[in-house]
Design a protein around this ligand. Structure first.
Ligand SMILES: O=C(O)C(=O)C[C@H](O)[C@H](O)COP(=O)(O)O
Length: 214
């Protein structure tokens, strides 16, 4: 479901890529080459985490430099950050968890919010406010595929993007679940490769991830 002001639907976001790259950008000069490395692998949807001081600047930069990409914000925890990210040009927002304030702000905002949940009660809180596309975080630590399979029983209409602890060795197990459309992860963006500005490595990891999806 989409709320009236949302310019994109979360269902659309979820089907743009099987792997949502979780980008931690420390140096603004890395933003474009990192995004281009992903683009070369066929990934044109980016989640820029708000964990670094240049995150909002990176979002604006990527929006301007890559008009065909879809750029979102991650690590979002409150309504103020949602507003700032949307003003910077973010086209969707992903939060690691929920607060009532954030869920209300997400409904009223212009860009889709994908709230993060780790439990049935959190899922029910988000669902009660109309959210049906959720992040499952931290996926591996919070029960992994077994948890998502159990959730599908009582909540078959909730769709997930599991994130946290997902890697080349387990992401296909998640994508095979009927209530999962995409997974999020940083495994295609290793810190060491970013530090070495080894963009080719990132293209290789991202290509391997995307091309292996059935
Ligand atoms: O920043 C956020 O909004 C988060 O919720 C955390 C990230 O999604 C995970 O840190 C990604 O997990 P890894 O792929 O295990 O690195």
């Amino acid at each position: 479901m989409s709320f009236p002001n949302w310019q994109l639907s979360p269902a659309h976001i979820f089907q743009l890529t099987p792997v949502v790259p979780v980008m931690v950008i420390d140096d603004i000069d890395d933003a474009l080459p990192m995004a281009e490395a992903l683009m070369k692998a066929g990934i044109s949807l980016f989640e820029v985490t708000l964990r670094t001081p240049v995150a909002l600047e990176a979002i604006s930069l990527l929006r301007k430099a890559m008009p065909s990409a879809v750029v979102g914000v991650g690590t979002l925890t409150n309504p103020e950050e949602l507003q700032a990210a949307a003003a910077a040009g973010a086209q969707f927002a992903i939060s690691p968890g929920i607060t009532t304030e954030l869920l209300e702000a997400g409904k009223a905002g212009d860009i889709p919010l994908i709230p993060g949940v780790a439990s049935i009660s959190e899922l029910m809180q988000a669902k009660a406010l109309g959210y049906d596309h959720l992040k499952f975080f931290p996926a591996e630590a919070a029960g992994g595929c077994a948890m998502l399979k159990s959730i599908a029983g009582p909540f078959p209409n909730i769709t997930f993007c599991p994130t946290g602890g997902i890697h080349q060795g387990n992401y296909q197990d998640y994508l095979a679940l009927p209530n999962v459309r995409c997974v999020g992860g940083s495994w295609i963006l290793p810190k060491a490769a970013i530090a070495a500005k080894d963009w080719q490595k990132i293209t290789e990891l991202a290509s391997a991830a995307v091309s292996a999806v059935k």
